[in-house]
Write a protein that binds this ligand. Structure first.
Ligand SMILES: *Cc1c(COP(=O)(O)O)cnc(C)c1O
Length: 426
C-alpha cells in the first residue's frame, strides 16, 4: 500500500465517523511507555491511555512477555466443555481485587458485551424467581454504557449519541442526574426523582444500572459517594438488583481499585473491561454474587450466553500479567500524584473565558467549556504541541497512563491550557 491515508479514507471506517467525509487521522507506527510514535517520526505524549485502557503504558516488557509465553502454548480454544489456567488464573486474581461477595465471573468480549451480559443476568435472575415482569432498568441521566443495543438503551437518552435508535431500543427509566461534583452535598431531595421512579415502577424493574462516581463518555461528570450509597440502599429496600459499570473506573483510575469503594458499597453485578488487559486486547467480564448466580441457575437452569472467544487465553494471560503489575506497583500513590498535578496544571483554565468548569479525580482531568469545541482544530493544536488529546463536545479531558512522569503531565496540562485558551478566545 503506497498511500495508507488515501486507502484508509476510502475503505476503513473509524469510530463515530463519517465514511462520506472521513475525519483526519494520524498514522501511528509504534507506541512505547506513554508515547505514540507517528509514521513521520513525531512523538506524542498520550493523554488518553487509548480510552482508559493502557494504564501501564505501551509495549510493556512484562505484558509482552505474557503474550509471547501464551502464544507458544495456545492462542485460543473454545470455552464450552474446556478450561485452562489463563482463565482460572485471571479469575483468581480478579477475586483478590474485587469487593467481597462478587465471586462468579463471566468472561466476555468487551465492555459493551459485559453490560449486555449483566443486564441478561438481571433479567434471567427474575425470570427464575418467578417474576418475569421485571425486565426493565432504572438508571440516571448522563450515563454511558456502550454501543450495543441494551447498553445503548441505558445511555443518556438526550446526549447519549443514540437518539437515532430510540424506537428500536427497549424503554428504560431515567432519573435526574446526580448533583455534580465528588464533594457535592447530596440531600434526599437530590434523590427524589430516583426514588419516585423506583416507587412507581418497582415491580417492572430488574436492576438499577449506573457508573459509580464517574460518568465517563456521557459527560465526564463526577458525583458524590453518598449518592451512590443511597442508591445502593434504595435498590436493596425495593428488592431490585444493582449493576455497577466499572468499565471506565475499574483498576485504580479514580484513586480506588474500584470506584464503588469510595462509597463503601458493592453491587450485585459488576462490569469490567477497558484497563483489564492493560490496553493490549479486548476483554470484559460481568461478575455476580453467589446469590445472583444461584438464583439464575435455580431449578437446573443455565445462563444463556457464550461468546465464541469466551475466556480467550491470550487476553486472559495478558490481563493476569496486567493485574500483577498493578497490584505490585504503587498505583494509588501514582494516581493521587497525577490527580494533584492535573488539578494544579488545569486550575488556571478556570479564569479563561468560555470555561465552565475544571475538575480532576484520580488520573482523570477535565476542562469543560460553555460551547462545543472545534475538535479537529483542537487535535491539530495538540499534535503541534506533541501531545495526544481528543476532545469531544464541550470537553477537553485526559486520563493518562498511571506511569506518566510529572514532566510529561506538566507538558500535557500546559498544552491543554494553551489549546483551551485558543478555543476560548474564538
Ligand atoms: C467504554 C465503556 C463501555 C463500553 O466498552 P467497550 O469495550 O467499548 O464495548 C461501557 N461502559 C463504560 C462506562 C465505558 O466507559
Amino acid at each position: 500500500m503506497n498511500d495508507l491515508l488515501a486507502f484508509d479514507r476510502r475503505h476503513v471506517w473509524h469510530p463515530y465517523a463519517s465514511m462520506a467525509d472521513p475525519p483526519a487521522v494520524h498514522p501511528v507506527a509504534s507506541a512505547s511507555g506513554v508515547r505514540l510514535r507517528l509514521a513521520d517520526g513525531r512523538e506524542l505524549i498520550d493523554g488518553m491511555a487509548s480510552w482508559w485502557s493502557a494504564i501501564h503504558g505501551y509495549n510493556h516488557p512484562a505484558l509482552n512477555a505474557a503474550a509471547e509465553r501464551q502464544l507458544k502454548e495456545m492462542s485460543h480454544v473454545m470455552f464450552g466443555g474446556l478450561t485452562h489456567r489463563p482463565a482460572a488464573g485471571l479469575v483468581e486474581r480478579l477475586l483478590g481485587l474485587l469487593p467481597a461477595g462478587l465471586e462468579c465471573v463471566f468472561l466476555c468480549d468487551s465492555g459493551s458485551v459485559a453490560v449486555e451480559v449483566a443486564m441478561k443476568m438481571a433479567i434471567q435472575y427474575w425470570f427464575a424467581a418467578g417474576q418475569p415482569r421485571r425486565k426493565r432498568f432504572l438508571t440516571v441521566r448522563g450515563g454511558y454504557h456502550g454501543d450495543t443495543f441494551h447498553a445503548m438503551s441505558v445511555c443518556d437518552p438526550v446526549t447519549g449519541m443514540h437518539g437515532i435508535f430510540r424506537g428500536a431500543l427497549p424503554g428504560q427509566f431515567f432519573a435526574e442526574m446526580p448533583p455534580a461534583g465528588f464533594d457535592a452535598p447530596c440531600d434526599e431531595a437530590s434523590l427524589s426523582s430516583f426514588r419516585n421512579l423506583l416507587d412507581e415502577h418497582g415491580p417492572d424493574i430488574a436492576a438499577v444500572i449506573l457508573e459509580p462516581i464517574v460518568q465517563g463518555a456521557g459527560g465526564m461528570r463526577f458525583y458524590a459517594p453518598r449518592y451512590l450509597k443511597r442508591v445502593r440502599e434504595l435498590a436493596a429496600a425495593a428488592g431490585v438488583l444493582l449493576v455497577l459499570d466499572e468499565i471506565a473506573t475499574g483498576f485504580g483510575r479514580t484513586g480506588r481499585m474500584f470506584a464503588c469503594e469510595h462509597a463503601g458499597i458493592a453491587p450485585d453485578i459488576l462490569c469490567v473491561g477497558k484497563a483489564l488487559t492493560g490496553g493490549y486486547l479486548t476483554l470484559g467480564a460481568a461478575v455476580a454474587t453467589r446469590r445472583v448466580a444461584e438464583g439464575i441457575c435455580a431449578g437446573g437452569r443455565v445462563f444463556m450466553h457464550g461468546p465464541t472467544f469466551m475466556g480467550n487465553p491470550l487476553a486472559c494471560a495478558v490481563a493476569s500479567a496486567s493485574l500483577d503489575l498493578l497490584r505490585e506497583s504503587p498505583w494509588r500513590e501514582r494516581v493521587l500524584r497525577i490527580e494533584r498535578e492535573l488539578r494544579a496544571g488545569l486550575d488556571p483554565c478556570r479564569t479563561l473565558p468560555g470555561v465552565a468548569d475544571v475538575r480532576a479525580l484520580g488520573a482523570i482531568g477535565v476542562v469543560e467549556l460553555r460551547k462545543a469545541v472545534d475538535a479537529d482544530a483542537c487535535r491539530r493544536e495538540f499534535v503541534k504541541r506533541g501531545v495526544w488529546v481528543r476532545p469531544f463536545g464541550r470537553l477537553v479531558y485526559v486520563m493518562p497512563p498511571f506511569i506518566m512522569q510529572p514532566e510529561d503531565v506538566a507538558t500535557l496540562t500546559a498544552a491543554m491550557r494553551e489549546v483551551v485558551g485558543l478555543q476560548a478566545a474564538e
